[in-house]
Design a protein around this ligand. Structure first.
Ligand code: ZN
Ligand code: ZN
Length: 409
């Protein structure tokens, strides 16, 4: 028995007046999800806890049964792992931007004109760099993004950032956030690094070319989101499943990689509303042949929620639904457990995440059934799963796969 776990980011919503008081999911025409809802068990999920508004990172840890209060130290480690950096326990990882600074030391563009190419060459300039006995590892991501890792003894995540988050200002100074020698050392290393980086990058051939071509040079590093890389449970060892992660967004690949999943790299996965959903779910179907557990992350629902676009969110949900018919029991040749949910609610009226619980369907060929006939927040509330926490769902899915060990004799 295999498991397909689909997370629609920010799926949950609130009633929309133009939708007859229904949510985008309830109002959407979703025959395939409705079929799974009618054949499966339904419920509502407080992904972290009732009344807690999850971030996407903490939410995903919770969905995979990993307690974010114990293991989450900041976004940096997950972003770094998502870019493909092999982070190690104890590393301090940061999110980083290549940015543009002018000769007066003022930030002109936090994203260096959304530089598209060549940042890998810029990152190479840092290879082998050591400051105060600390190894500096910089890896370029997409566009202006990069990940920075500090590796060595006596470091701390309790340091401030140098990113003022606005243009037209000087970068901030790194400040230790506690009195420990570790925090002081880390902020010293970062201060030296920022200076060295400005020097190295200003003299880089790529930036000289960019200036000649009247493009903004990527001559500065904005560094934020410090987090100490935690030792998280290894998902494959924990559950004895061969796992694969299909996601466009770096953060989700990072969570998957840190939990020990195999990351399916594919340049067509964009992590946005323009992603090719047909391709994504065909890839999921193919990947299921080689793995016991395939996690598919779809980001578009959350992006449209942040933009406050319920109509587009509803239409995007319908597009996802279209691709799910291949997994219906009549169309899929093997036994498959399917779990569909969101990582949190993102009401279009909030344009942000909320603590509202999200609906979940768990289907297996011989699961018990409830009376729920449609996928949606208010329908799911009447389902037989009731109201559960995110940390419970992996065990419930494993029970459907008949993989749960007996507790006791
Ligand atoms: Zn999310
Ligand atoms: Zn979001």
């Amino acid at each position: 028995m295999k498991l397909l776990f689909i997370v629609l980011d920010g799926l949950g919503d609130r009633p929309i007046p133009e939708f007859e008081g229904k949510t985008p999911l309830e109002y959407a025409n979703t025959p395939n999800m409705d079929k799974f809802a009618s054949l499966g068990i339904n419920g509502l999920l407080d992904v972290i806890a009732p009344g807690v508004t999850p971030g996407s990172d903490t939410a995903h840890l919770a969905l995979f049964g990993v307690d974010p209060y114990e293991y989450y130290t900041g976004r940096g480690p997950f972003e770094a792992a998502g870019i493909g950096l092999e982070v190690k326990e104890g590393d301090i990882a940061f999110r980083t931007n290549f940015a543009t600074i002018d000769e007066k030391g003022i930030i002109k563009d936090r994203r260096a004109g959304r530089i598209k190419e060549g940042t890998d060459k810029l990152a190479e300039l840092f290879s082998g760099m050591e400051i105060d006995g600390i190894q500096i590892i910089l890896e370029a991501g997409t566009e202006h993004r990069a990940a920075l890792v500090l590796r060595g003894e006596g470091l701390s995540q309790n340091v401030s950032e140098n990113d003022p988050h606005v243009e037209g200002k000087e970068p901030l100074k790194f400040i230790p956030l506690d009195d420990s020698p570790e925090a002081q050392k880390t902020s010293r290393v970062l201060t030296t690094l920022a200076m060295k980086a400005e020097n190295l990058l200003s003299n880089a051939d790529l930036n000289k070319e960019r200036i000649e071509n009247e493009l903004l040079p990527a001559n500065y590093l904005l560094i934020r989101g410090a987090g100490k890389v935690p030792k998280v449970p290894n998902f494959e060892e924990e559950y004895c499943l061969e796992t694969a992660c299909i996601a466009g967004g770096g953060l989700y690949k990072g969570v998957g990689r840190m939990l020990g999943m195999h990351i399916i790299e594919d340049s067509m996965l964009t992590g946005g509303t323009n992603t090719d959903l047909k391709h994504k779910f065909e890839l999921a179907n193919k990947t299921l042949q080689n793995y016991d557990f395939v996690f598919v992350h779809v980001k578009g629902t959350d992006n449209l929620s942040h933009d406050g676009k319920p109509k587009e969110k509803k239409e995007f949900i319908e597009k996802v639904d279209k691709e799910l018919s291949q997994f219906l029991p009549e169309n899929y040749k093997d036994d498959l457990v399917i779990m569909i949910t969101g990582d949190h609610s993102s009401p279009c009226s909030f344009k942000d995440h909320s603590a509202d619980p999200v609906p979940i369907i768990i289907y297996s060929p011989d699961c018990r059934r409830d009376d729920v006939m449609k996928f949606g927040e208010s329908y799911a509330a009447k389902g037989y799963l009731g109201h559960i926490l995110g940390k419970h769902i992996m065990n419930i899915a494993l029970n459907e796969m008949r993989l749960v060990h007996k507790f006791g004799a």
